[in-house]
Design a protein around this ligand. Structure first.
Ligand code: SDX
Length: 426
């Protein structure tokens, strides 16, 4: 452990430098305000480590993403979403027996309380599925008082399993409601992802056969979205959880944050952008717009706060597009537009200088659209997959003996104290 010196207000201060297992060291400034009377100032937290975590490591310059030390490319290629859920929650890859037991436990929580299904009928049919997800997930705490005591590890475990298990059912029901079809109940003889596909695309009138290529592609997409260090929605979950709020409310807060187009909403925005471009000859016009400071347009699915290299998830996503397009004999020109847009942008000095590469959201919409999801469901699927990351990060925070309520300060630039002026004097 090293140390860092700070000279402020004519005095010198020493701070410890802490090292993790890999990645940047941190300057421990917990005593800074008490010693200097000053705050640090870091809107957007570009230089701030808000917590200690052992879940996910990202090296943005090298394009590295590890979950509990395992590279995302290897997990996407060789693992399953259920196995990655177990890994994130427990820290190690499961044995065959542990995986079977975990998968069985999750499958036993896939149904929703029948009263909760009534909530959907209160929404307009054209409600955005993310608004339904925010409402229904938040309402889970009204049904599961047997697992909201966050000080009880058993409660934390049950609510974690419930959230992971129920998100596919909630997501599929939001889709069914939006198209006026009946809800399809879970079939626990199927895999986690196969069950989700059947609840989404199956109908009571006929048997639904899960396409193994699509099931594998969907499962891989879930793996790619499982967790991603201290992104905006995960930080939201941690901050909500730091007050002692129940896990269902915390995950609902994460869903709300993920919805933003700068974050998880980018997959929907990226496909809408690709469709608006329409044909490769229109790409240069949009690239020029993205570079124009006076134009708010950005290339959706491009750029990242951490990755200043290729997002390793985008690489796997692009390979998965080819698999799904081949399997479903898709000829949608949108993939060709995406490929050519990426090539032109990556050879443009603006994008090279600002180190803007495709991120996880650039290709995901192309795949999801080919499988049959409407764009409004894309962020719902991101939330479904990210729930395990949110839950694992929430558990890690709650179990941290140093955990305290998150309460940032500010640089105040408003009016200094002044006396109230009665109405007749104004
Ligand atoms: C996700 O944090 C996570 O890990 C998130 C995520 C996860 O798994 O949880 O990875 C998922 O949210 C991926 C990101 C999805 N969002 C988008 O694709 C939206 C488009 N991208 C941008 O809005 C932007 O790149 C962000 C929000 C992703 C990152 O923004 P930063 O880190 O705050 O960077 P910035 O906005 O300061 O951009 C740096 C420069 C700026 O130019 P200057 O002010 O320096 O002149 O690059 C420009 C930006 O204008 N820029 C872009 C751009 N992204 C950044 N210019 C054109 N098109 C873009 N997409």
């Amino acid at each position: 452990m090293g140390n860092a010196k700070l000279s402020a207000g004519g005095k010198d201060f020493d701070y410890s430098v802490l090292s993790g297992s890999v990645g940047p060291d941190v300057i421990d400034i917990r005593k800074l305000y008490g010693q200097t009377g000053m705050f640090t100032f870091d809107p957007g937290f570009t230089s701030t480590a808000a917590c200690e975590s052992a879940l996910t490591y990202i090296d943005g310059d090298e394009g590295i993403l590890l979950h509990r030390g395992y590279p995302i490319g290897q997990l996407a290629e060789q693992s399953s979403f259920m196995e990655v859920c177990y890994l994130l929650l427990n820290g190690e890859l499961p044995s065959p027996g542990e995986l079977k037991s975990f998968s069985t436990t999750i499958s036993r929580h896939t149904m929703l309380h029948e009263q909760l299904m009534q909530f959907y009928r209160g929404f307009r049919r054209d409600a955005h599925p993310m608004s339904i997800m925010c409402g229904v997930v938040g309402a889970l705490s009204a049904f599961y008082h047997d697992s909201t005591d966050i000080s009880d590890p058993t409660h934390r475990k049950i609510s974690s399993h419930r959230l992971i298990a129920k998100m596919p059912t909630i997501a599929a029901a939001a889709y069914k409601y939006s198209i006026g079809q009946p809800f399809v109940y879970p079939d626990n003889s199927l895999s986690y992802t196969g069950n989700f596909l059947r609840m989404t695309f199956g109908v009571p009138a006929e048997p639904y056969i899960v396409n193994p290529v699509i099931e594998r592609a969907m499962d891989r997409i879930f793996i790619l979205h499982a967790d991603h260090e201290q992104n905006a929605s995960t930080s939201t979950v941690r901050l909500a959880g730091s007050s002692g709020a129940n896990p269902f409310a915390c995950i609902a807060a994460g869903i709300a944050c993920l919805w933003g187009p700068a974050h998880g909403g980018a997959n929907e925005a990226a496909l809408n952008m690709l469709r608006e471009i329409g044909t490769p000859d229109r790409i240069p016009h949009y690239i020029e717009r993205a570079k124009d400071k006076n134009d708010p347009f950005r290339l959706m699915g491009f750029g990242h706060r951490v990755y200043k290299n290729y997002d390793p998830r985008a690489t796997v996503m692009q390979q998965t597009v080819r698999e799904v397009f081949n399997e479903l004999k898709v000829t949608d020109p949108v993939f060709e537009v995406a490929i050519q847009l990426e090539e032109m942008a990556l050879n443009d000095p603006y994008f090279i200088e600002k180190k803007l590469f495709p991120n996880v959201d650039f290709y995901s919409g192309v795949i999801l659209s080919a499988i049959g999801f409407p764009t409004t469901m894309f962020t719902v699927l991101f939330a479904l997959a990210r729930t395990v990351g949110w839950v694992a990060q929430w558990n890690e925070m709650i179990s941290d003996p140093n955990q305290k309520i998150g309460r940032p300060r500010q640089l105040y630039t408003g009016p200094t104290e002044r006396d109230y002026l009665p109405l007749d004097k104004r």
